[in-house]
Design a protein around this ligand. Structure first.
Ligand SMILES: [Zn+2]
Length: 435
């Protein structure tokens, strides 16, 4: 096998470098010592779906159109559409060129493609009942559990490790069945445990990384690829506080809520119960479909007097645009005025590091689906959808949050990788598949 790619979702050298120098990640260190070990930039927004889509396509979000978990602006219809992450990936080209490929547990790969080989879908798979394997009958032959659990699960780290061990035995099983030219497996657990424990219970974070290192050692005791790449979709770092952009928009008059009794409380509760857990649920897709029904919360907003609202994570602000949003009020002639007044206000907010207009951050054919404004907060501050109790700032419930710098570790010595979009072209070049 020419190349084995191992994904570690959310892996950061901030945790791995000290562990490697203390001899705690022997298998990963062995790979790093043979070639490259560096930080690799993610794409904006550094969200798992956007970043893995950039990894597999070599395209930026403006070019592939995946900006988060939901399709486009959140309030464009009564029914929120879960983003479709199916895009042509480099492994489809490898497969078409006749190479035997195996893709296991990589986010954004549901439904699995009919590749020349096997595929087991990762994050985004609706349930164990769905057809998440190709070929379909593979499902009955593996003992599978998805490695995504709510952050507050009891014994979270042990559950995650159990799932990673099952994934490892599946990798063994597949390799005993057939020979592969290209294989990729992703471990999801580091992302989840870091969201739950970064900096607070660092022993649990290290336990997770050690377990993944152990699984990598286990895989390499059976498989001897010519080359190995270990990659993450984004990094993680400590989270010191939460910001509610919608609360801020409300206070400044950009957004209004209907003044019905308990309105704010129910909006807040809805957001907390429905938006937040879906990012850490195993069955992300079905949750979005079932629970993220804008009719529930959108009824609480006085849309006729709302010119902007925040949706999702990572500073996404949408203008309530006429013709796009379901109850849009801002006409195209008013649009620029709303944008500049938002930018002015945001620039005088001390927590804001930078504000970008859609075309400053995103280029490509999907630019129209991008948020109208993206706010980047000072490091350690994460925004949270919905409302609080009148304040804009809250103590963070997450211990860790995404960072732009992921990892690239490889036995390859001569490759130039700076950003996650650089990986797909390098792999296609290795297999002499045209890019
Ligand atoms: Zn991720």
């Amino acid at each position: 096998m020419k190349l084995l790619v191992i994904g570690i979702d959310g892996a950061t050298l901030d945790v791995m470098n000290p562990m490697m120098s203390e001899g705690k990640l022997p298998n990963i260190k062995k790979i790093a010592d043979q070639g490259i070990c560096k930080r690799m930039l993610s794409v904006y927004p550094p969200i798992t779906y956007s970043a893995w889509t950039s990894f597999k396509t070599g395209l930026t979000p403006g070019e592939h159109g995946v900006f988060g978990f939901v399709e486009g602006a959140p309030y464009v219809s009564e029914e929120t559409k879960v983003v479709n992450t199916k895009r042509r990936a480099f492994w489809d080209d490898l497969s078409d060129a006749g190479y035997k490929v195996g893709i296991v547990n990589v986010p954004t790969t549901y439904p699995p493609s009919k590749v020349n080989g096997v595929m087991i879908s990762g994050l985004g798979t609706p349930s164990l009942r769905s057809n998440f394997t190709y070929p379909t009958n593979l499902k009955s032959k593996i003992s599978w559990k998805f490695d995504v659990f709510p952050l507050k699960s009891k014994n979270l780290v042990d559950k995650l490790i159990d799932a990673e061990v099952r994934i490892t035995s599946t990798v063994w099983y597949l390799h005993n069945q057939q020979e592969f030219d290209f294989f990729m497996v992703n471990f999801q657990g580091a992302d989840i445990i870091q969201h739950a424990n970064f900096g607070k219970e660092q022993a649990l974070v290290e336990k997770m990384y050690s377990a993944i290192d152990y699984c990598i050692g286990d895989i390499l005791s059976e498989i001897t690829p010519d080359n190995i790449i270990i990659v993450s979709d984004h990094g993680l770092g400590p989270c010191q506080g939460e910001v509610r952009i919608n609360e801020w928009l409300d206070q400044l008059g950009f957004l209004r809520l209907k003044k019905t009794p308990g309105y704010k409380n129910s909006f807040r509760t809805w957001m907390q119960e429905n938006i937040w857990p879906l990012f850490h649920s195993t069955w992300i897709t079905s949750l979005i479909k079932k629970k993220v029904n804008p009719a529930g919360w959108a009824n609480l907003v006085d849309w006729e007097n709302t010119v902007a609202y925040a949706g999702g994570y990572l500073g996404k602000i949408y203008v309530n645009k006429k013709g796009r949003e379901l109850k849009g009020v801002v006409t195209s002639s008013q649009y620029n005025r709303v944008i500049s007044s938002l930018i002015n206000e945001l620039n005088s907010w001390s927590l804001v590091e930078k504000v970008y207009k859609a075309d400053e951050l995103y280029q490509g054919k999907y630019q129209d689906l991008a948020p109208d404004l993206t706010v980047i907060f000072n490091e350690g501050w994460a925004d949270f959808p919905g409302f609080g109790n009148g304040s804009i700032i809250y103590p963070s419930r997450r211990r860790g949050d995404h960072r732009m710098q992921g990892i690239f570790i490889s036995t390859l010595k001569e490759v130039k990788i700076d950003c996650i979009t650089d990986v797909a072209p390098v792999i296609k070049e290795m297999y002499k598949v045209e890019y």
